[in-house]
Design a protein around this ligand. Structure first.
Ligand code: MSP
Length: 513
């Protein structure tokens, strides 16, 4: 029976056009989803849009639109981005859907039932842009305005009747959970951050608002709408048809294997979400992975700095595989990382065009020219050949482990290294010298190198799916054989069929392009 794997992205605010940060979270999650499928897992990969709350209501007003109509339009741009980024999401949830509404109401009722909700008054700071409540020590003055220290966004003083969630009661249970589940929050730097925050003491959390109406009304008191974060976090189980916990989807996929999120929303996922779930007596997700920020030329990307790299423009100009590869190769997943057009071009040229792309093109054209376009048969492997082949096979457990720890950078480094080694092997073995004097040796070299190309392509497939599929298709590997199992197997290469044509995989980018 296939094992199940459930992975999610944050659901994005459809308050503006999608940008590189959104693309990054989604691409990272897609790579893990694709890898787990290659490994044979039955994967559920969820993304979507977070459509309620004051921020969206304000944005809709600014555009003179009804919030639902506004969301319909912008949510569509996020949905179409999933196609442009070549994501393999199985579902796209919108928090304005019925299935979600039902699920949020149920969670609310569960929290009432467990005695974790009470009515009081909130007075404090609120950032509409972050949809977050901040303590006095979390804000500062900047140019005469009050802003959040962590995000820099404007905060306003709010005083209104509000329902509260007894977050303080869950403090010790949360700490115990973090201690017992060392890998619940990754990377470790984020885990430490969260533990420090929780140990400082948790205040009860305001979970309803009365000063606007764009949200899910609180049951039995529709003067209030449910706080957008309680609403949004629930999406992860709404998509599994919660509250029907007997259904196959929920049973197969909850608890989630990993929520991929940006570090800016760590507190919501690693503190509030587990506390809500504990109170509702539901299992907690197995992991929350908080990645860093994408910076542009060392600065946070922002409209006012004019340093925004638009994912759509880049894809249009350079290709989607190219953007996917660059983002995850260049930015170390747990940390902030700078990106720039200059580096993007270098990365495409060096890693994709000159290394992997060039290897495939050279080998295939050599076979076309010298072997009737068929991968030659052989049995006479030397130690250098088997060593090369076994190196990838032997590293499979390590690679799986890296993915399971979301250590994507080490994974890519290892695979790219296989590609460098394969190139070196091809150069050093000089098959062209053997055509006349020892064709058997030439055949063995070609056989070995194609085996490497196959395995490297499978391992790169989650990252650059389009190019690797073309390569695998060229050597007659069908889609169903693109799997980790294929790397383990012997004799997968078809020696009787001709190689299919392969057009240029990655165009080299000239400097003025
Ligand atoms: N709607 C909430 C999330 C709810 S999840 C239950 C939200 N949405 S958002 O549109 O602001 O998107 C936030 C996510 O986009 C971040 O957590 C992060 O994953 C990603 N990024 C947005 N800008 C980013 C960068 N500059 N760099 C990397 N990722 C960032 O918060």
């Amino acid at each position: 029976m296939a094992k199940n794997y459930y992975i999610t992205t944050p659901i994005y605010y459809p308050s503006g056009k999608p940008h590189m940060g959104h693309a990054y979270s989604s691409i990272v999650a897609d790579i893990f989803a694709r890898f787990k499928r290659l490994e044979g897992f039955n994967v559920l990969f969820l993304t979507g849009t977070d459509e309620h709350g004051q921020k969206i209501e304000k944005e809709a007003k600014k555009n003179n639109k009804d919030p639902k109509i506004f969301c319909d339009e912008l949510s569509d741009t996020f949905r179409s981005l999933t196609k442009t980024l070549n994501l393999t999401n199985d579902d796209f949830i919108r928090t304005t859907e019925k299935r979600h509404y039902k699920s949020v109401i149920e969670i609310w009722n569960k929290l009432v039932e467990s005695g974790d909700i009470y009515l009081d008054k909130y007075s404090g700071w609120y950032s509409v842009s972050d949809e977050a409540f901040y303590d006095e020590d979390e804000i500062e003055e900047s140019n005469g305005k009050h802003v959040s220290k962590s995000s820099g966004s404007l905060v306003e003083w709010v005083e209104e009747e509000s329902y509260f969630f007894k977050l303080s009661v869950w403090q010790n249970k949360l700490i115990k959970y973090y201690e017992d589940n060392k890998n619940f929050i990754l990377p470790n730097s984020r885990r430490n951050e969260v533990i420090k925050f929780v140990k400082k003491g948790l205040k009860d959390l305001s979970i309803s608002r009365t000063s606007f109406s764009w949200g899910i009304p609180v049951p039995k008191n529709n003067k209030h709408v449910i706080y957008v974060w309680l609403d949004a976090l629930t999406n992860y189980i709404s998509a599994l048809d919660y509250p029907d916990i007997e259904n196959v989807k929920y049973k197969s996929f909850w608890p989630a294997d990993v929520h991929i999120i940006g570090k800016d929303i760590l507190r919501f996922h690693a503190v509030f979400w587990p506390a809500f779930l504990m109170a509702a007596k539901l299992p907690l997700p197995k992991r929350v992975f908080g990645h860093g920020w994408i910076l542009s030329d060392d600065k946070k990307m922002s409209k006012s700095l004019g340093n925004i790299l638009d994912p759509l423009e880049i894809i249009d100009k350079y290709g989607v595989d190219q953007l996917r590869y660059y983002l995850v190769k260049e930015v170390s997943l747990g940390n902030d990382g700078s990106i720039s057009l200059e580096n993007l071009k270098n990365c495409i040229n060096n890693d994709l065009a000159n290394n992997y792309g060039n290897l495939c093109q050279r080998v295939f054209s050599f076979i076309k020219k010298n072997c009737n376009n068929k991968i030659p048969k052989t049995n006479n492997f030397k130690e250098t050949d088997t060593k090369l082949i076994n190196n990838i096979k032997d590293n499979i457990p390590k690679l799986i482990d890296l993915i399971n720890k979301q250590n994507l950078n080490e994974y890519i480094k290892t695979v790219v290294n296989f590609s460098f080694e394969a190139n070196k092997y091809f150069n050093d073995s000089e098959p062209w010298l053997f055509k006349q004097k020892n064709p058997e040796r030439m055949n063995t070299i070609l056989n070995t190198i194609v085996e490497q190309i196959k395995n490297i392509s499978i391992l790169l497939n989650p990252i650059i799916p389009i190019a690797t599929r073309k390569v695998l298709n060229t050597i007659n590997i069908s889609d169903k054989d693109i799997s980790i199992e294929t790397i383990r197997k012997e004799n997968i290469i078809d020696n009787d069929k001709e190689l299919k044509n392969l057009d240029i995989l990655f165009k080299k980018i000239e400097n003025d392009n």
